[in-house]
Design a protein around this ligand. Structure first.
Ligand code: HEM
Length: 358
């Protein structure tokens, strides 16, 4: 089943994986998905659920336990600070050759972002996040061991701050955790930014090249985060904390929160299926908008949100400067069932192959 795209990008539609489509067609804001899962897209109830208790360490994504132990708060904050330094340094660095953006999105963009931000790291650290390695558990284990024994040096002062966290670890346990955090942080960042930029390119539609010159890319990205939020579903394990909040939720249930559904509910948005970046014009703090939570609600807000939008904007600018075009599909794309919501397409940079942004 297909959901038609908004008027501005008619003939440019998305076919969602059947289970996502099934969710999109649910009218209720609180509904049972299966024997142990309750879905919620009600703005007030989601806010209450998020506020009811802090996320458990096992519910965390980047900072879930690693090397058999919880991640200390101090280690988590240092990791985010290091990632922030690396992103800011990357934004100031000339991007890699744009031909790296040609190929199957979002993967081409993920690889491109890794090359841009983390390619200065010495071997074997740079292998930690290489796609060919991360797809194989055996290769990942081998690279982990190599990095544990030899985390490289900063002889030329070129490695990233995240790689420095591995090198400066004070013991084996701390180093193992730093390795896991390097892999998770780089993956979450590069996959997330690639998904967000790809979703934006698709939503802008075939007129994107003409529009890009005058588009407010920040507004385009906030509107993309509304209509196709990469983090489309958040899980909470059950527990007594939620049972009093709604009669449908039992102690043994887990709860699935759906920004994707909330962001397109008629009760909260005018013309919710229309892709209208103008909605965000003059909105100083998009995240204070009711029923909008692309980076979570107060109490579990994303620690890296201030990095994601500027980086995606930079990536889109490189794509437009190098006349990236979507080769296929022309009119209808698929979104598979994955933890990150992202459209799939093949893209190619324009006739002028290696024009770089200054
Ligand atoms: C496009 C990229 C990203 C999106 C869309 C995104 C979205 C989100 C969302 C929706 C939440 C709330 C989760 C919940 O309540 O269950 C969240 C929380 C969080 N995010 Fe992100 N995120 C992104 C990238 C990152 C990156 C790169 C990092 C760090 C490397 C990160 C670190 C966190 C942390 C630490 C939390 C708080 C939950 C916890 O303590 O584990 N995020 N993010």
């Amino acid at each position: 089943m297909e959901e038609m795209a908004p008027a501005a990008v008619r003939d440019h539609s998305i076919v969602y994986a059947p289970r996502i489509q099934d969710l999109l067609s649910r009218g209720e804001k609180v509904f049972r998905i299966d024997a142990v899962t309750v879905g919620v897209s009600d703005c007030d109830l989601i806010a209450e659920i998020v506020a009811a208790r802090p996320v458990l360490s096992t519910e965390r994504s980047v900072f879930k336990p690693a090397a058999g132990a919880d991640i200390h708060h101090d280690s988590a904050t240092r990791t985010i600070r290091a990632l922030g330094q690396d992103v800011m340094a990357g934004i100031r660095t000339p991007p890699p050759a744009a031909r790296g953006l040609s190929g199957a999105w979002p993967y081409a963009a993920t690889t491109y972002m890794r090359r841009w931000l983390f390619s200065s790291d010495p071997l074997p650290v740079s292998l930690l996040s290489k796609r060919g390695v991360t797809r194989s558990d055996t290769l990942s284990r081998i690279v982990d061991r190599a990095v544990t024994v030899w985390p490289g040096s900063d002889a030329e002062g070129r490695s990233t701050a995240l790689a420095g966290r591995i090198r400066d670890a004070s013991g084996i346990q701390e180093r193992r955790q730093a390795i896991a955090l390097y892999r998770r942080a780089t993956a979450t960042l590069c996959d997330g930014v690639a998904a967000l930029a790809g979703n934006a390119l698709w939503l802008m539609g075939p007129a994107r090249e003409q529009e890009a010159a005058r588009a407010d890319l920040t507004a385009v990205l906030w509107e993309t985060l509304r209509l196709l939020p990469p983090a489309w579903m958040l899980f909470r394990k059950g527990g007594d904390a939620y049972t009093g909040l709604h009669p449908e939720i039992r102690p043994e249930d887990r709860v699935a929160l759906f920004p994707l559904l909330m962001h397109r509910h008629l009760d909260y948005w005018a013309d919710p299926l229309d892709f209208r970046p103008e909605r965000w014009a003059g909105v100083a703090d998009p995240e204070s908008t009711p029923a909008f939570m692309p980076f979570g609600f107060e109490g579990a807000r994303c620690w890296a949100k201030h990095l994601v939008v500027p980086l995606a904007e930079r990536l889109l600018t490189v794509a437009f400067d190098n006349r990236l075009v979507i080769r296929s599909p022309r009119q209808e794309t698929h979104i598979p069932l994955r933890s990150l919501l992202s459209v799939r397409f093949d893209a190619e940079v324009g006739a002028c192959p290696d024009r770089r942004t200054p």
